[in-house]
Design a protein around this ligand. Structure first.
Ligand SMILES: Nc1ncnc2c1ncn2[C@@H]1O[C@H](COP(=O)(O)OP(=O)(O)O)[C@@H](O)[C@H]1O
Ligand SMILES: [Mg+2]
Length: 351
């Protein structure tokens, strides 16, 4: 597949899915060579590569090996579910065996909190939260707290999805992972190159964060060139009021704490921040991604703005959504839209 086709395939994917809003290409559409190159670039910036350079600025993390057999088991389970709607007892038994040891890591990392965040070396299973039985009820509860409009429906979906990323039960987590297309895709790539296979569960301390307080920053050749609101389907009015403060906070944080520590190993990268604390005054790193079109450019465009903004040290911009984005609903994945529509229908009938 040539880069143009790849871009098109990727854009199609991107437009389809809100929960995958920072997405990677569909791997079955790539040539072996592209895939190998892509995998190498991803491995170079997996969490194992950057965490130790900046441990004090991100969430406490403990790794647990994700053996190749388990990677293959995730693939088998995902495919079985696609065909039959469920997984076999045999698969469940195997998952339970792995769960026992992972549970110990969860207990250690969670300390006195009530859960942790777990991802694989490259990505999380954030697309699988929709399969949590609580999703719809939680969405309804979250939505009813807000004024009834489409922007708030999308915000409620984000709030619901984010909260469900918190886990304390390893077996439940593994079962959810067998429903994640992201994990499935990543395991296809990872197991394709057995000599490079080096996957882990990254068990991370849970950090409460608000859905509007995530940002994506672009770093090129030692310069922070751009920052975007991360959840870019939604309009968050307070961000516009806080813009200057947030910008200063992130730029200063990056200059003082990340720039020099990351520069040698990563001359260019895309870094996600969250801003936490009662007064929104603390920045933390969520993760690093490749500085490439395979990383979602949020409110920027790799195609149109790579030269003029993303790689241009003279042209810093902090971009936010300035008003409600009409038609955002059509950009979310059908499974999320279904929940939204079902709850709309319920509420209408209640009136
Ligand atoms: N330690 C954490 N505590 C709470 N939420 C988290 C934590 N780490 C990540 N998240 C949430 O999960 C999302 C996905 O995590 P991330 O590490 O970026 O994985 P991915 O590669 O799948 O994007 C983040 O955008 C953030 O909303
Ligand atoms: Mg991410």
């Amino acid at each position: 597949m040539n880069p143009e086709e790849l871009k098109k395939a990727r854009n199609k994917l991107k437009k389809n899915k809100i929960q995958n809003n920072c997405e990677k290409p569909t791997f079955n559409m790539m040539t072996e060579e592209d895939l190998s190159q892509f995998q190498k670039e991803q491995l170079d910036i997996n969490i194992e590569e950057w965490l130790d350079l900046i441990p004090e600025y991100t969430f406490k993390t403990e790794y647990y090996p994700l053996p190749m057999e388990l990677g293959k088991l995730f693939m088998e389970a995902y495919e079985t579910r696609q065909k039959t709607g469920k997984i076999t007892e045999e698969i469940k038994e195997k998952l339970k065996e792995y769960a026992n040891s992972i549970q110990k890591v969860i207990e250690r990392v969670k300390e006195d909190s009530d859960g942790v965040f777990i991802k694989s070396s490259s990505r999380s299973a954030k697309d699988s939260v929709i399969y949590e039985t609580k999703f719809k009820d939680n969405y309804r509860t979250n939505f009813l707290k807000l004024e009834n409009n489409e922007n708030n429906k999308l915000i409620s979906l984000l709030i619901t999805g984010m909260a469900l990323l918190k886990t304390k039960d390893a077996y439940q987590m593994l079962q959810l992972w067998t429903q994640s297309e992201r994990i499935y895709q990543d395991m296809i790539v990872a197991t394709k190159f057995p000599d490079r296979f080096n996957e882990h569960f990254a068990v991370r301390k849970w950090q409460d964060m608000e859905v509007d307080m995530e940002f994506r920053a672009f770093v090129y050749d030692g310069h922070l060139t751009a920052i975007s609101q991360y959840n870019h389907f939604c309009y968050f009015p307070r961000l516009l009021e806080m813009k200057e403060k947030l910008q200063n906070l992130m730029v200063t944080f990056w200059k003082e704490n990340l720039r020099d520590k990351l520069h040698k190993k990563f001359p260019e990268y895309v870094v996600d921040f969250c801003i936490v604390g009662e007064n929104y005054d603390k920045v933390m790193v969520i993760e690093l991604n490749p500085f490439k079109y395979t990383t979602d450019s949020a409110l920027f465009s790799w195609e149109k703005e790579r030269k003029s903004i993303l790689t241009n040290p003279e042209q810093f911009e902090f971009r936010l959504v300035k008003s409600v984005r009409s038609g955002s609903k059509s950009l979310i994945s059908s499974s999320w839209r279904k929940v939204m529509d079902e709850v709309d229908e319920e509420l209408k009938n209640k009136k």
